[in-house]
Design a protein around this ligand. Sequence first.
Ligand SMILES: Nc1ncnc2c1ncn2[C@@H]1O[C@H](COP(=O)(O)OP(=O)(O)O)[C@@H](O)[C@H]1O
Ligand SMILES: Cc1ncc(COP(=O)(O)O)c(C=O)c1O
Ligand SMILES: [Mg+2]
Length: 290
Amino acid sequence: MKRTPHLLAIQSHVVFGHAGNSAAVFPMQRVGVNVWPLNTVQFSNHTQYGQWAGEILPPHQIPELVEGIAAIGELGNCDAVLSGYLGSAAQGRAILTGVARIKSINPKALYLCDPVMGHPEKGCSVPAEVSDFLLEEAAAVADFMCPNQLELDSFSGRKPQSLCDCLAMARALLARGPKAVLVKHLDYPGKPDDVFEMLLVTATESWHLRRPLLAFPRQPVGVGDLTSGLFLARVLLGDTLVAAFEFTAAAVHEVLLETQACASYELELVRSQDRIAHPRVRFEAMPISL
Ligand SMILES: Nc1ncnc2c1ncn2[C@@H]1O[C@H](COP(=O)(O)OP(=O)(O)O)[C@@H](O)[C@H]1O
Ligand SMILES: Cc1ncc(COP(=O)(O)O)c(C=O)c1O
Ligand SMILES: [Mg+2]
């Protein structure tokens, strides 16, 4: 019987609604992965509401919790680490300590870093020390990085002029260490208005994918976290990178269709669970070169 992969997911938790682990854990479980959620913050709701209650996890607790799993002899079963929204650079460094500990026991373990900094239209941002940490320290350790356009711009210190330029910027990030860069959301001059585009870049191949852009009165939150979580889950389940990329685009689109149909602001993850596991739509990734 095929083993069920185990994934340590280190990101935020919200009591109400869906962002961070609250957007990614259930979908990753639903596609067949054992998830170990480690919550970097516990907030009442995501920060786009403009107000929330709750606390940030002290950074030292991250390696302590990882050590606790080592102490019961289970850490070697960890096949991958996912990290997302960081409260501080110190929290990021604590995650890298945990990743190093896991890789020392299981050198095959993968690390996906979603360098959460925000989104242009949402105007949310993180302290400069966090973006510096992500570029200078996390990129050297991560096997996969999943920036959106704003995050890629921040890494590159400029905005792209064209799709080819986005590709060049993703390649520059790849040169810092990751085996693959998934750009979750492209934006560049000349991009068609009615499509949502993504990019997957590895050392040898690059893929471009388009899906329909859906209209929402308020942009849903947690889509990026859902995207990076499903991508890593499918890679752990044995997909090639491009198959995981295509699956992720389809499953996320299914969630957005359900969310739009319900006129809901929060992602309708429970209602779309069968569509996540078995997307009806399919988007083909097309090879792209400079
Ligand atoms: N097909 C779509 N149609 C409309 N909006 C979408 C679509 N897919 C994603 N979005 C929105 O676009 C943004 C995706 O941004 P991205 O940068 O990938 O992630 P996030 O900001 O969630 O980390 C989010 O605001 C999301 O709600
Ligand atoms: C607590 C929390 N975690 C994570 C996120 C990231 O969500 P997204 O996937 O939309 O980038 C947000 C966005 O507001 C948030 O408030
Ligand atoms: Mg994001």
